[in-house]
Design a protein around this ligand. Structure first.
Ligand code: MG
Length: 280
């Protein structure tokens, strides 16, 4: 793995396609690092070796391995609450197992951070879901620690103070945050710039994503994801705030739900925007 520069611009991508083709496409967009997502149905058997050779040959660094799970659905807020992360009791055991496998997969690649959306954390500490999820996070942290890794929670589905309290309660040194400013906006969880200040000591990586606030006339609806710089996050202010807070990690462009052509166009524009902002 190559040494990363502070605020190095990278791209969040998915591991489902040919490793060589994927890495070359990412590099053609002007980056040499990123975060790798594993969809829930991706067969991990033998996959690490193929990725390892492509990453090493192309000198491409994976900063984080992100874990997604079978059965997750991001249609609207109630659906996310019902299906995403560690909250649904029926899939908890299988998702815990999958996360441990993702940690081992990342270790084979030499990646020292794993991450996922754990879903909406309940505020009530005595709620059975809260207790079960907290204990599950602790077990995953302990497994990740044995692999020399941090375990980062993706932000956005709950207000920053709730997440902060949860992190403290989990009480694991390698438990961190992958901060996604757009999720704060899309889920209506609060001002991302305020949240980033509050959560700063825990932030190990960030997503650079943009979006609009949820529509006021449709309860439960999510806001709409937008190309970077075109939503309500205020990306220049976000990057400025990260610099002010002394953040030295990477900036990872995340763009979802697009055709390959639109994805490429939007990501290319985002690389240009972030390259300019980090130099300012
Ligand atoms: Mg994200």
């Amino acid at each position: 793995m190559q040494t990363l520069e502070p605020l190095q611009v990278g791209i969040m991508f998915w591991a489902g396609r040919d490793p060589w083709e994927t890495v070359r496409e990412l590099k053609s967009l002007g980056v040499s690092s990123g975060q790798m997502g594993l969809s829930g149905d991706l067969n991990l058997h033998g996959l690490a070796a193929a990725w390892k050779s492509a990453l090493e040959a192309e000198k491409f660094t994976v900063v984080t391995v992100f874990c997604a799970y079978n059965g997750e659905d991001y249609a609207d807020i109630p659906t996310v609450q019902r299906t995403v992360g560690f909250i649904p009791p029926a899939t908890r055991a299988e998702r815990e197992q999958r996360t441990l496998e993702a940690s081992d997969f990342a270790a084979e690649l030499g990646v020292n951070s794993i991450a996922c959306h754990i879903g909406f954390v309940p505020e009530d500490k005595s709620h059975p879901d809260y207790v079960a999820v907290r204990d599950m996070v602790r077990r995953i942290c302990d497994h990740a620690a044995r692999n020399g890794q941090t375990f980062a929670l993706e932000t956005g589905q709950e207000p920053a103070p709730v997440l902060l309290e949860f992190l403290r309660d989990c009480n694991r040194e390698n438990l961190k945050i992958n901060f996604d400013p757009a999720n704060m906006v899309l889920y209506g969880s609060g001002d991302p710039i305020e949240a980033v200040s509050l959560l700063a000591p825990y932030i190990i990586s960030v997503h650079c994503k943009d979006g609009t606030w949820p529509p006021k006339d449709k309860p439960g609806a999510l806001g709409e994801e937008k190309p970077l710089g075109k939503g309500d996050v205020d990306i220049p202010r976000f990057i400025g705030k990260l610099k002010e807070l002394g953040y030295r990690g990477t900036l990872n462009i995340e763009r979802e739900g697009q055709t390959p052509e639109a994805w490429r166009r939007d990501v290319a524009m985002a690389v240009e925007l972030l390259t300019r902002l980090r130099a300012e």
